[in-house]
Design a protein around this ligand. Sequence first.
Ligand SMILES: [Zn+2]
Length: 394
Amino acid sequence: MKCKWKILLCIFIVLILIIVFNFYYQKSLNIPLIVDNRNFQMNSDLYLNSLISNKNKAKILSHNSKIDTSNLGEQEVYVTYKKNFKEAVYKFKINIIDTLAPKIECQKELVTSIGKEIDLLQNVKVYDNSKELIQPVVKGDYNFDQEGNYSLKYEAIDASGNKTEEDFLLKVISLENSYPKIALPSGAKIFVEKSNNGWDIYKINGSFYIDDYLIVNKTYPLAEGFIPKNTYKSAVGVTKQCQDCIDKTVYNAWLDMKHAAEALGLNIWIQSGYRPFQEQNILFERYIQRDGIEQAEKYSSRPGYSEHQTGLSFDLNSIADVFASTKEGKWVSDNAYKYGFIIRFPKGKEDKTGYKYESWHLRYVGSQLATKLYNNGNWISLEEYFGINSKYPL
Ligand SMILES: [Zn+2]
């Protein structure tokens, strides 16, 4: 009898142990396990499931919801899961941090002339994961009244102290020296007449000049057989590869302009540069056959009357009116003068220049005259400035 009681007691104890063990085992089994790294970047995409490691095979009831990461610091997260056939809540903490530095988007090179202040922060954009408004500052010394190349930095710091610096170059140029006039050819200056507003018009080797600028329009043709000098390689022969035929001074200015545009993500290229007399002749004949002489003369030149024969002019990207409203076209119109180029046939000046508006046709004159003709965005034509006409002889 005693023995029977002992056996029953033993069974009872074992049963209790099994129940207790199972209770704790089940409890540990059911609690969701959370990932070790609890630090997450501010405003990053974070979902509940990515916080739960599934090693415990807990039955998760919560939806995979997006977690608000817009506030720095500790944050409590809740997970509902199944525990002993009931719904339970597990709470844990995560930490929202910001160790990402802001990004600065800026122009790599800014150009201005002596005494002309520009806003160095005008086109600078700062992006940061914190989404706060960060005001960049300029670091370094510069002087708008002193010619020079100033290596400067933009600096942007977010509220968590993450800092970014971006280098840029400020060029303060002297308009007289930076993009000079093209040197005159050797040859006697022969006075021809006074212009409508008093400039001397003269001839050198049969071509017309005013104030040492070569003049080519419908009134003033180039000398017969004119071939530009001081060009890259030979200008003889038919070629559209402009680096082979463009004036050296013009080409260097062009490279500066192209690189400045590139720094802004703009792509400009020369699609048509030098055209010898013979090539212009063929082109012009083709236009006459296509559109009739009256139309052809609004956009094309008679051979010997085209600036494309000078090595100082070229057409950019696309010969289409739409070029004016592209990013590239707008930038060219606002900035070409800094590099010595002019929009040769400005908008609304057809009766002065003899040609319709050509946003793509640039002519090099040097930065001094180009700045005057730019006229703060209201381009003046060479014809207006020098008081000359542009009409074919009858
Ligand atoms: Zn052209």
